[in-house]
Design a binder for this molecule. Structure first.
Ligand SMILES: *Cc1c(COP(=O)(O)O)cnc(C)c1O
Length: 393
């Protein structure tokens, strides 16, 4: 066996589907991470919004470890205390009626798409199955969720894509109404387009859209995979818009670092899915559910969520003082940074070299810090960003 280091092994044996930063992370605590050489980083990406409580929160580690030592998996043919507790919590906190557990955002969206189509099939017959999504959206990497993603560059190579998706302009009711036909069964969208550039949808638009859909029995599917679980300063972003979805998908931050995707539905849809219409082996895994129960217990209260908003405001204020920054798009701790000059990706690479783990969204820098980031860590992050911007622009 030839000795290879982490990067060499990765390049040799893992398919090259990611452009990685030149760092191998080894450990972390809160919003601070360390690489294999012991170098320290401030992390304002939290593994793309996944480590909602930061790295290795003591209570979360304890909940997960304890569950791993009690029962680590059972099939979905058995009842699970952890899963039913989590489902009850989610429904009580949102007013939605039922959940379906899976393992990722894309899967949660697939589930929502299946429920929307089956609702329509049961009520109207086979020909009402089209789903409108928005341009610049991102809904996942499976063949169907790529179809749902309203960006042409995702519609390559893997033909044929799942039919039945049409795209409308965001923040434009005329465009939406033009896309509606007697085949339309649902509209699916993110309230803040994360991958698409931290585009925050207008409240007026969202409320008119929901009213229009409700009036026409067109289902409203909200993809809260990135915006959910406290990220925007409410437990779910739709609570900032004073609307109620028919279907909502949740992933990324809910597991606190373990894989979980959840599709939730309103009362009207609670009996659409019946035995053997959907399922997944790992869905509702008790270790993941134990972690998610802990995450929700910690996040779902006004005190914690107010602090998310305060930290977001503090961060924005500091960012706007940097002369290289043109503007900030933000809700809670979901932050897009518009630059006056320079390429966002190149700057992100230099930030990482300088000890700041940051990501991009189109031509913006993007921050999705762990919700527990401290004010000191925010100060350090902004200093590192300022230093990098001064060096590179
Ligand atoms: C990340 C993301 C997804 C896909 O989630 P995976 O867990 O990667 O499948 C879907 N929708 C949105 C809005 C996302 O940000």
């Amino acid at each position: 066996m030839i000795f290879l280091n982490t990067k060499e092994k990765d390049l040799k044996y893992i398919m090259h589907t990611y452009g990685r930063y030149d760092v191998a992370l080894k450990s972390g605590k809160g919003a601070t991470a360390f690489d294999e050489n012991g170098k320290k980083y401030i992390d304002v990406s939290s593994g793309i919004g996944v480590n909602s409580l930061g790295y290795c929160d003591d209570g979360w580690v304890n909940a997960v470890s304890k569950q791993a030592g009690t029962i680590q998996h059972m099939s979905n043919y058995f009842y699970s205390e952890q899963a039913s507790n989590l489902a009850e919590k989610l429904c009580c906190l949102t007013g939605l009626a039922k959940v379906c557990f899976g393992n990722s955002g894309a899967e949660a969206n697939e589930c929502a798409i299946k429920i929307a189509r089956k609702y329509s099939f049961d009520k109207y017959g086979a020909d009402r199955s089209e789903i409108i999504t928005l341009k610049n959206s991102f809904h996942g990497r499976t063949v169907t969720t790529l179809s749902a993603t309203g960006q042409d560059n995702f519609h390559n190579y893997f033909f044929p894509f799942t039919p039945g998706f049409v795209y409308a302009e965001a923040n434009n009711m005329d465009s939406l109404k033009k896309a509606v036909t007697d085949k339309t069964c649902a509209v699916m969208f993110e309230l803040i387009q994360g991958e698409g550039g931290v585009n925050i949808l207008d409240k007026d638009y969202v409320q008119s859209l929901v009213k229009f859909c409700n009036d026409n029995d067109i289902l409203v599917i909200i993809d809260e995979v990135q915006t959910g679980v406290g990220r925007t300063g409410k437990l779910f972003a739709h609570q900032n818009y004073d609307i109620v979805p028919d279907l909502m998908t949740v992933a990324k931050g809910i597991g606190g670092g373990l894989p979980m995707g959840i599709c939730m539905c309103s009362d009207k849809l609670k009996d659409v899915m019946t035995p053997s219409t959907h399922g997944t082996t790992f869905g509702a895994n008790p270790v993941v559910c134990a972690g998610a129960n802990y995450v929700l217990d910690k996040i779902a209260n006004d005190e914690f969520l107010n602090e998310v908003n305060k930290k977001g405001e503090y961060l924005e204020e500091k960012l706007l003082k940097l002369e290289e920054i043109k503007g900030v798009r933000r809700m809670g701790l979901m932050v897009g940074i518009e630059l006056k000059n320079g390429n966002a990706h190149d700057i992100a690479v230099k930030c990482v070299e300088n000890g700041l783990l940051i990501i991009t969204a189109k031509d913006l820098l993007r921050m999705l810090p762990p919700l527990v980031i401290t004010y000191e860590e925010i100060d350090e992050a902004v200093q590192l960003l300022e230093k990098t911007l001064k060096e590179s622009i």
